[in-house]
Each structure stands twice: as C-alpha cells, then as structure tokens.
Design a protein. Sequence first.
Length: 276
Amino acid sequence: MSCEILVIGGGPAGLSAAINARARGRSVLVVSNPLEENPLWRAEKVENYLGMPGRSGAGLLREMRSHAERDGVEFLSGKALTAMAVSGSWYVSVGSDMYNARAVILAAGVSRGKKFPGEAEHLGRGVSYCATCDGMLYRGKAVAVLGYTDTARKEADFLRGLGCSVTYFNNPRTCEIRGDGQVSSVTCDGETAEVEGVFILRPTAAPGDLFPGLTLENGYVAVDRKMATNLPGLFAAGDCTGGPLQVSKAAGEGLIAGQSAAAYVADLLRAEKKQG
C-alpha cells in the first residue's frame, strides 16, 4: 500500500500530525497499536489540557481518533518493525506487509526498557519481535513469548496453532537469552525455558532500531524546530523527542510535524514534476 505520509503512533502526537497533514491535502496512514495500549488511556483525569480540564485519557483519545477519522485519515492496527529509505521514499514493514510513503512521522512514544542480555546477539537467530511474521519458522518447536502488550497472548495462541510449545512470560522484568549462535534457552524472573525461539512483544520498537542512523540525544530522537530528524523525510513528535511528557506538548509537536511533512512532500512532488 502507498500513501504520501505514514505516521507511526496513534496517540496525541500522531493524531495531531495526521490531522494537520490531511488539512494540507496529503494522504495519510496511521500505524498504531490499539488505543487501549496507549499510556494516556489509563489516565483517570487530564487536568492540564487547555480548555478540557477533567477529561479522562480514554475520552480524549477517542475524540482525537474520531476527529482524524472524520478528516479522512486511514488507520492500520499493527507495529512497525523495519524502515528503510530508497530513492526518495520510505518503506515500512508492518507485520508481514510492506508500506511505502514519501515521508514518515515517528510518534510512537517512548520505548521503555533496555534490551535484555543476549537479545541483540540472537536477533534473527531465534529472537523475533513478531510472532505472526516469523512464527512459521518455528512450527512444532518450543518457543517463549515475552508479552508486554494486550495482544501478546493472541500472538502466543497463534504460535500454538502452528504446533509450537509456548512458554508465556507476562511482562517479565529481567530476562537473559542464551545460545551458541542460535537461541537455546531463556531465563525470565528466575524461570528458565529450553526453547529455540524467543518472541519479544513490546508496544514499540526503539527509534534507533527502527531507523538505523537516526541521531539520538540522551535516548530521545533529535529534531529541529520543524520536527525534522537527521534522516531526510523522517519527522518525529511527542514523547519520543523528550520531555515534558504531556498531552499539550505532544499535540503541538504533532501539528508542526504534520505541517512540515506535508510541505516536504509538496516540495518533492514539485521537483519531480519539473524533472518530468
């Protein structure tokens, strides 16, 4: 599927970016987890959002999502796994599908938690971040699922449907993945499982993993005043750019990112028209 602007993240920053890009005539696709997995959903009250004191986080998210849908923003439930830039376009994989866009806005919030010991070393050698993508490689084998999302158990059930013997770890705090070139076991919170595959299902991928070469500052995405990153065509907004981690800041940055991405795409199209 193609679109002009792909937004990663369906919280206040991503939705604000999508609405403002649509207002400038651009086609927009938002890739996000279910609203219920957004941290704002769990806020009983938001007292400092201008003009709307006392609203629940869930209520705000519903209204923002409805606004975006009414403006013609398209939505896809899922998690962006990889991204690469080729010849003036971005290609982003979501599950087993590939989507391309002229610009990308990263608004997926903060990736919480560091990589576990053995995780990076065994990536692609038993470690995966998507059960529905890579599950077929482990048909009939013993695997572990490290679940940090509301949909993780569904992915574990998908693996069981493939004949996998699944050990499920619910929101483990500490894990270590072992193996000699290939995963052979994982220990989480003191419990060890002999497995050939480990599926780590976090809400979001770390920005530096999703976009190799992306400049970070103190763990946050570095942006300029137009919310542009060091990678052409990639913008960022919201919690992933640093504090304060507030709805107002996220929505404001999303507005700027949406406008900037729309202008970037318009410049690309004008340049291509002149060349053609």
